[in-house]
Design a protein around this ligand. Structure first.
Ligand SMILES: [Zn+2]
Ligand SMILES: [Zn+2]
Length: 162
């Protein structure tokens, strides 16, 4: 038997978390792992008690043709990464890894070359997470060193999208 590698094992779990997402446009799932222990999970969803895109029957961002990577204040959801972070204590996250998987809600395809949005990047930096592992497809993934987001600060050059 071939044993699954550890990164894809955690990405598979993040992908299962994603299945609970409520957006009609794109859903993400994330888990935070530290010292090989799952500390927290999060998926795309409206704040507790508020209506989800799936309850409303439309996604505001799709309805208003907002391009990928822009105007995230218009998204109804607490993002997957943000949900995982707010459900854990900082000392549990310090030095840990965040695994992220995104899927198009319509086609079910993986969101290619995805990245955390500008708001989530800030939170990931302050949570003390060291690496973000992002799934490209069933076996391939990108490893982001969070230090790169600090040293190459894209908010200084007003970069949009990703
Ligand atoms: Zn939505
Ligand atoms: Zn985000």
């Amino acid at each position: 038997m071939t044993r699954i590698d550890k990164e894809n094992y955690y990405l598979d779990i993040a992908e299962t978390v994603l299945e609970r997402g409520t957006c009609l446009r794109r859903n993400f799932g994330s888990i935070i792992v530290n010292n090989d222990q799952i500390v927290s999970t999060g998926y795309t969803g409206a704040p507790r008690g508020r209506k989800n895109c799936s309850d409303l029957g439309y996604c505001f961002r799709t309805k208003h043709n907002i391009p990928r990577g822009e105007r995230y204040e218009m998204c109804r959801s607490v993002h997957a990464e943000a949900n995982a972070i707010i459900h854990a204590a900082r000392d549990q996250m310090l030095g840990g890894k965040l695994y992220l998987v995104g899927k198009d809600a319509v086609t079910g395809e993986y969101v290619e070359n995805t990245n955390s949005c500008a708001m989530c990047k800030r939170m990931i930096i302050n949570a003390g997470i060291s690496k973000v592992i992002i799934r490209n497809n069933k076996t391939d993934y990108t490893v982001v060193d969070v230090n790169d987001w600090i040293e190459n600060d894209d908010s200084l050059v007003a970069a949009f999208g990703y």
